[in-house]
Design a protein around this ligand. Structure first.
Ligand SMILES: [Zn+2]
Length: 439
């Protein structure tokens, strides 16, 4: 970093001249030139594009799921910090889809859809230096996570969904919970569990209180008196997944025939990272079970940033229109992750959807994730669950406001976006008063 400005002399400038010597090397010169030229970048393996299947029947009911988060930090030391998280699910039926102008949606039409068909969840976590009487930040956050998943405004449905996934309740086999690290005495050992279908209990070793949400391992990210911002983003990702599967579970339990007419569109990849990936294996087993019992569940996740999105910018330009490309394990490791091909299979523990690059037309290209049920290292397009019906539906939910944008995500984002609803300013006022109340 350069020196700061003094009283008599101007500040030091980071000099570009110092790098000139190295430009005398012909190799370095070439490298610098190609760095500037976007056309020079290529991929060594050729993506295998295939025609998008065209003979599917469109799905009639579409759901969008999205979340947002905001960390509010007080400006004066000790910089108290609160994490606000909001997630939303909204429903778009045929009438709603046909009433929206995809180029410039009328605000009243949107307002009606949001009023009738959206539900959202909001919560807050005390991340740092926010005192909760008689409780460490560690325990306060554990309890806040448990109570937030039980959110009364959603009638506790996401908690029912967590139990449904964790105990694999769809096939009636009363499956026990896999052991997890006790937040009190575990210290790296998977030594705790809970009886079938329970939400709370006690550790058999230390007697400490356990929440079902502890099995996800939020406590493994925290210190006793402070938590990183990533707690809020992990919670958001988990809650989005729970909202998605709350919709799926509802239809599974009440109207299976309708479930296979639904498309669930989630913002972000269909994956759960690190210790939270415990939910991935049961989710895959459910999706396989549903497919095998003739009730395919249609889900897509859309990646709007990250390495796969960047890779699409690279290969999408030369891609044929109305084509898709499902990369295999080797392609992903070598061309996208740039890591040795001998390493672990990509996404084996964390993903419940395969990556799909899509070039729809001149204006729309996107990175989607589509489940295959059991994990496939090298999926082919026919293994993507409901691929024909999904691609018959996508043209009906395209938004023309942004490249590759999908209406359900755009609208869910409007509901979930904290900066617009309620305004960040209101949140800040709320945060300041909460912070002041604490002793
Ligand atoms: Zn214990």
């Amino acid at each position: 970093m350069p020196y700061q400005a003094g009283h008599r002399l101007p500040p030091e400038r980071a000099s570009r001249l110092g790098h000139l010597d190295v430009l005398k090397s012909r190799l370095v010169k070439k490298l610098c030139e190609s760095f500037e030229d976007p056309d020079q970048v290529g991929v060594s393996a050729n993506p295998v594009w295939e025609k998008i299947p065209s003979n599917g029947e469109p799905l009639t009911l579409v759901f969008g799921i999205d979340g947002s988060l905001q960390i509010i930090e007080s400006e004066t030391p000790p910089h108290k910090a609160l994490g606000f998280v909001k997630t939303a699910l909204l429903r778009l039926d045929q009438a709603a889809l046909s009433s929206i102008d995809k180029d410039s949606p009328h605000p009243f039409a949107l307002r009606d859809i949001l009023a009738d068909s959206a539900l959202y969840h909001a919560t807050v976590f005390p991340l740092r230096h926010v005192v909760v009487p008689d409780m460490s930040t560690y325990d306060a956050i554990r309890q806040a996570i448990f109570e937030s998943v039980k959110d009364a405004s959603l009638r506790g449905e996401p908690m029912e969904t967590l139990k449904w996934i964790a105990y694999e309740k769809w096939d009636g086999r009363n499956k026990g919970l896999p052991p997890f690290e006790c937040p009190h005495c575990g210290h790296g050992r998977s030594n705790a569990t809970l009886p079938y279908d329970t939400e709370e209990g006690n550790c058999a070793e230390c007697g400490g209180h356990l929440f079902l949400t502890d099995m996800l391992g939020f406590h493994q990210e925290m210190a006793v008196e402070s938590a990183p911002d990533s707690i809020a983003s992990s919670y958001m990702a988990i809650h989005e997944t729970l909202l998605l599967f709350t919709g799926i579970r509802y239809f599974w339990e009440h109207n299976k025939a309708a479930l296979s007419q639904c498309l669930f569109v989630k913002d972000g990849p269909l994956s759960i990272r690190a210790q939270y990936s415990k939910l991935v294996a049961p989710i895959r087993r459910f999706l396989s079970h549903a497919k095998d019992t003739n009730c395919p569940v249609h889900i897509i996740g859309q990646e709007k940033s990250g390495t796969f999105f960047d890779h699409l910018q690279l290969i999408g330009r030369g891609a044929p229109l109305e084509h898709l490309f499902v990369p295999g394990d080797l392609y992903i490791k070598e061309e996208i992750q740039h890591r040795p091909s001998t390493g672990a299979v990509y996404g084996k523990d964390t993903n419940y959807g395969a990556k799909v690059f899509v070039k729809l037309n001149q204006y729309h290209q996107m990175v989607l994730n589509i489940p295959t049920g059991a994990h496939k290292a090298n999926p082919n397009s026919s293994e993507l669950i409901g691929v024909k019906r999904i691609f018959a539906t996508i043209p009906k939910i395209l938004s023309n406001r942004y490249e590759g944008a999908l209406l359900p995500i755009e609208l869910a984002n409007g509901v979930a976006s904290l900066s617009t609803y309620p305004s960040a300013h209101i949140l800040k006022i709320f945060a300041e008063s909460t912070i002041r109340r604490a002793p």
